[in-house]
Design a protein around this ligand. Structure first.
Ligand SMILES: [Zn+2]
Length: 417
């Protein structure tokens, strides 16, 4: 199975400088290639990877600086550009700017890369033109075949990511056959399961939050391009990186726990991207050019909470670990899961007393945590889907008839905790 392995690189000063240069040359190749593609599209024509690669060979004769860096990385940039344009459309693909794009480049020929262990902590790999690159061997690469290596910078640190084939296969059957769990992802609690577990973690401490506010205030008083500004920005980036790492850890650990214990994991198909759109401005009909309150503040707060829990990251972690455990991952439409009673199936928004409490107004059973109730509904929906998969109509068709009224779930999420 193909998998990724990421290691912290320990470059020498010259290597770091050279890596920075490879990054900027690949960026130039990407931007030139994109400009050319857009130019062709405006005239109603196309240019593909093959032609661009030929032109790159010609350009190398003219510009010596293109020849200094590994040619494979530049070809790879053009291949990536080709794929991005096919997938998203030539005019939607972004330019790579020095400010918004962190340097990253790929060496495609993994089979020719020699990786060796130097001591308990350090490994090294020989990369074209960069020479021997040391990295921290935080896990063993023994018995794995390397397909490619990507070098990238994240803040001030360099990393190498290997695409490896670990020669494992997905098991035919899960270790605990027949087990299944429903998962509700929420804002107040990150993950609630149908077994009644509430899994959550704070990613930022109170002290870090205070420090962020102080730093942001300081930042607003600094002069542009000043040394002080750079320093404060670096400190802010460090705080954000710590938060991101904790979130990634949380998602990976939760996914690991759920996938190892269950042969099927069901979760709601939430359109995270649509849900986190910005609130539309509402123009005041009496005063053209003026705008009415549109709830943008609370909407952006909700967006932050959704993105802050790493819902999408969790999906990715789950599908990734499911390949190793043989767990079936099932997505079900998010219709009425938060308003339906998991015992008598009665649907009423009034049953949801608050963000946390679900008290059925129909069957008068004891109150339950609202997210656990939702997780039970999700599990039931998932089991129904897997049971009649053969007869199932396409998901998009099935969704529309029972779709939860627009805005409902958001309104519920917005209620005070
Ligand atoms: Zn009920």
């Amino acid at each position: 199975m193909l998998s990724g392995r990421r290691f912290r690189v320990e470059f020498t000063d010259e290597q770091a400088e050279f890596a920075e240069r490879i990054g900027s040359v690949s960026r130039a190749v990407w931007n030139t290639g994109l400009a050319q593609r857009r130019e062709y599209r405006r005239r109603g024509a196309w240019i593909n990877y093959r032609e661009q690669a030929h032109e790159l060979v010609d350009a190398k004769e003219e510009h010596a600086w293109l020849k200094e860096v590994p040619g494979h990385c530049l070809q790879q940039a053009l291949i990536d550009l080709d794929e991005a344009c096919r997938r998203h459309g030539t005019f939607r693909v972004r330019w790579r700017s020095t400010r918004r794009w962190a340097p990253s480049f790929r060496f495609p020929e993994g089979s020719k890369m020699a990786v060796e262990k130097l001591n308990r902590r350090t490994w090294r790999v020989k990369l074209p033109k960069l020479g021997y690159v040391k990295f921290r061997g935080s896990r063993s690469l023994d018995g794995e075949t390397i397909r490619s290596a990507t070098v990238s910078r994240d803040g001030g640190r360099w990393f190498v990511s290997f695409l490896v084939d670990d020669l494992m296969t997905t098991p035919e059957e899960h270790l605990v056959p027949g087990s299944a769990v429903g998962v509700d992802r929420g804002v107040a609690v990150a993950v609630a399961t149908s077994d009644g577990d509430l899994i959550d973690r704070q990613f930022v401490t109170a002290g870090e939050r205070r420090r962020t506010v102080v730093l942001q205030r300081k930042l607003s008083h600094t002069a542009k391009n000043s040394k002080n500004r750079t320093k404060i920005k670096a400190a802010l980036a460090k705080l954000r990186t710590a938060e991101r790492h904790r979130r990634e850890d949380f998602c990976a650990q939760t996914a690991h726990r759920l996938a190892h214990a269950n042969a099927a994991v069901v979760y709601e198909d939430l359109k995270t991207k649509q849900m986190t759109r910005r609130a539309k401005p509402v123009e005041d009909p009496d005063h053209p050019g003026h705008f009415l309150p549109n709830g943008a503040g609370s909407k952006s707060g909700l967006n932050r909470s959704i993105l802050g829990k790493g819902w999408y990251r969790f999906e990715q972690s789950l599908t990734s670990v499911a390949r190793y455990t043989g767990t079936r991952v099932v997505k079900v439409p998010a219709a009425f899961t938060s308003q339906r009673c998991s015992v008598c199936r009665h649907v009423d928004p009034k049953s949801r007393e608050s963000q946390a409490v679900f008290r059925c107004i129909h069957c008068l059973r004891p109150a339950e945590h609202a997210d656990v109730n939702a997780a039970k509904n999700i599990l039931a929906a998932g089991l129904a889907v897997t049971a009649c998969r053969e007869a199932a109509t396409p998901a998009s068709v099935a969704v529309t008839s029972t779709q939860e009224p627009a805005g409902n779930r958001e309104e519920l999420l917005l209620q005070p905790v």
